[in-house]
Write a protein that binds this ligand. Structure first.
Ligand code: PEP
Length: 251
């Protein structure tokens, strides 16, 4: 089995001010040195340029929370992948459940974003996850399979060699209800097997991170699972002490 490098992602969502992000980064940077694997911060678009400066000479990587599938043109208010590349973004989150639900992003649109991001040399972090109703109706696997298959059809399986998948059960995001370790492992293993139907090597190498109410006191038990390669952290990434403790839970 391949050894996969861990990845911890801070998704700040629409939070912070110039002043507060400076203080937050100032408190995170000194504590991040011995963390194994990669640590990534995805701030709101308007703070990316500031983060480029703040993260200079650190090992922390920079990403974005969303992107357009278009390369340029008359799309008022949108941000294109080459613009993120210009600002040294290495990763972009695509298909977060808040984008799927609040902004009606379709599976096909998300797949196009995935392709556009890779075409600009940026690594997409594809979010997948089921609603509570899906889980209660034993529909988790069907939902995840559909979300994955749409991207596989549009981008091709080999595209996942330059991608990260985030399993984020929607019922766990921002709710304080984390998936039990056995629930997380079951879905992560399912995702890997779904990819392995097309290509074993890709399935084995792709990083699958978990997101949904990760906190300092539940991170370690999630990160030690066989198919969990890190975490996508929302609320807890806004508190330096909590975020650092999560980062240090990686073995
Ligand atoms: C998220 O925004 O992807 C997320 C996992 O949020 P939280 O950690 O707050 O549940």
């Amino acid at each position: 089995m391949l050894k996969r490098q861990s990845l911890i992602v801070a998704n700040w969502k629409m939070n912070g001010s110039l002043d507060s992000i400076r203080r937050l980064v100032g408190a995170i940077v000194p504590g991040i040195k011995d963390v194994p694997g990669e640590v990534l911060i995805c701030p709101p678009f308007v703070y990316i340029a500031e983060l480029v400066k703040l993260l200079e000479k650190t090992t922390i990587r920079l990403g974005a929370q969303n992107v357009s599938q278009m390369e340029s043109g008359a799309f008022t208010g949108e941000i294109a992948p080459p613009m993120l590349k210009d600002l040294a973004c290495e990763y972009v989150i695509v298909g977060h459940s808040e984008r799927r639900m609040l902004y009606n992003e379709s599976a096909t649109q998300i797949a196009r974003k995935f392709v556009a991001v890779q075409a600009s040399g940026i690594i997409p972090i594809l979010c997948v996850g089921e609603l509570l109703e899906d889980r209660n109706a034993r529909g988790t696997e069907a939902v995840i399979a559909k979300q994955l298959d749409t991207v596989i059809e549009v981008a091709g399986i080999k595209a996942f060699r330059q991608a990260v998948i985030a399993y984020e059960p929607v019922w766990a995001i921002g709710t304080g209800k984390t998936a039990l370790p056995e629930q997380a492992q079951e879905v992560h293993e399912f995702i890997r097997l779904r990819l392995a139907r097309h290509d074993h090597k890709t399935a084995d190498s792709v990083r699958i991170i978990y997101g949904g109410s990760i906190k300092a006191d539940n991170a370690e038990q999630l990160f030690e699972l066989a198919d969990v390669d890190g975490g996508l952290i929302g609320g807890a990434s806004l508190v330096a002490k909590e975020f650092l403790a999560i980062c240090h839970s990686v073995r």
